[in-house]
Design a protein around this ligand. Structure first.
Ligand code: KG4
Ligand code: ZN
Length: 354
């Protein structure tokens, strides 16, 4: 049996978790800094780094305690190496280096983006990836930093079919909420306000879907663009400067519908084209009830749908420990010279878990 201690600090959540053999989550502790950043309307990287420094020791101790283990029981430490905010990542990486050195534990660097996909597989049976009927897997990763469609084959190779060419889906929701003075983070508040509104009241654009008489260039078929929706919201808010009540709810519902519609349509197109037998939706925006409902409706019986549970959609360390287990099993360790990285490496093909 292998117990992996996962550590996550890529953005504004300090998280630690203990996962057994890649799938069984024994503990998952998350300390959110949202309140500290909300006053600034977004995440301030240096502030995040300082908060991680304060939170790491209690969060790691809490995760060990919750799992009923000590560092002596741990087989390896897995830490988010990137992508994310460098000042924030560095704190977690250096902390993990310290724990691994002092306790003589191997250290595994985890790609946060792939870990989000892994979040949909936590709590699955340990042989889940051996099931050939799972492949190809189409994964829609939607978070504050990413919007990508990935295709994973049975060898565990992940290929990026497309990604956003400007804002990420979560960023579009966060910036939209900021524009409407709804606070930070935007996704949850947009979902709440949208629940009382009519999503068909206003028509926001669906960029790169071939609407409005603009055919999509082949290279953008699986790419996303959300800046146009955001600009349309800006013009809309100038037209209705005093937005509140039903008008606000209808605006937010229509805005959310545009973002969700683009995500669902592109995912459906890729699923059909590549004959995906599993559709995964992961990342913070995958918490969104409307996205979950629409994607379930779209996938229907044509593929297996794996929606990451909300607690593993937003940033957490269980997904890091789980993904890290596979690196540990294959002896893929990093040393004290390892650095954090800000952006997703230019990947066309990477190992998911194998
Ligand atoms: O995965 P995550 O916690 O951090 C990143 O890696 O970026 O995702 C955060 C994003 C934010 O943009 C937030 O507004 C969005 O996820 N989000 C939601 C919901 N909950 C969080 N978006 C839509 N609906 C939600 N319920
Ligand atoms: Zn994330």
């Amino acid at each position: 049996m292998s117990l992996i201690l996962g550590i996550e600090s890529s953005c504004d959540e300090t998280a630690a978790a203990v996962v057994e053999d890649g799938f069984r989550v024994l503990s998952s502790e998350v300390a959110s800094q949202i309140a500290k950043h909300a006053v600034h309307g977004g995440v301030v990287p240096e502030l995040a780094a300082r908060e991680h420094l304060k939170a790491l020791t209690p969060v790691v101790s809490g995760a060990l305690k919750q799992a009923g283990v000590t560092l002596k029981d741990i087989s390896a430490v897995a830490v988010t190496q990137g992508p994310g905010l460098i000042p924030a990542l560095l704190v977690g990486l250096n902390y993990a280096k310290g724990i691994s050195q002092i306790n003589g534990l191997p250290l595994v660097g985890v790609n946060h983006f792939l870990a989000h996909i892994y979040g949909a597989f936590l709590d699955s049976p340990p042989d889940v990836f051996a099931d050939e009927s799972l492949y190809p897997i189409l994964a829609l990763v939607v978070s504050g930093g990413h919007t990508s469609l990935m295709l994973i084959d049975k060898e565990g190779k992940a290929q990026q079919l497309g990604c956003t060419i400007d804002d990420a889906a979560g960023e579009a929701l966060d910036k939209g909420a900021k524009l409407l003075n709804l606070g930070y983070p935007g996704g949850p508040v947009i979902q709440k306000v949208a629940a009382g509104g009519d999503p068909e009241k206003f028509r926001f654009p669906r960029p790169l879907t071939g609407g409005a008489g603009k055919p999509v260039a082949p290279e953008n078929r699986y790419n996303f663009s959300f800046s146009g929706i955001k600009t349309a919201l800006l013009y809309h808010s100038q037209k209705y400067p005093e937005m509140s009540g039903q008008l606000l709810a209808d605006t937010v519902a229509s805005y959310q519908a545009a973002v969700v519609d683009v995500l669902v349509r592109k995912t459906a197109d890729a699923r059909r084209t590549y004959g995906a037998r599993t559709v995964v939706v992961a990342g913070g925006v995958a918490c969104n009830a409307e996205l979950r409902r629409r994607i379930a409706e779209s996938v229907g019986n044509s593929a297996r749908l794996m929606l990451a549970p909300p607690k593993y959609c937003t940033d957490n360390a269980a997904m890091v420990a789980g993904a890290g287990f596979h690196g540990f099993r294959r002896g893929r360790f990093i040393d004290l010279g390892a650095d954090s990285f800000a952006r997703l490496p230019r990947i066309t093909e990477v190992d998911f878990v194998g």
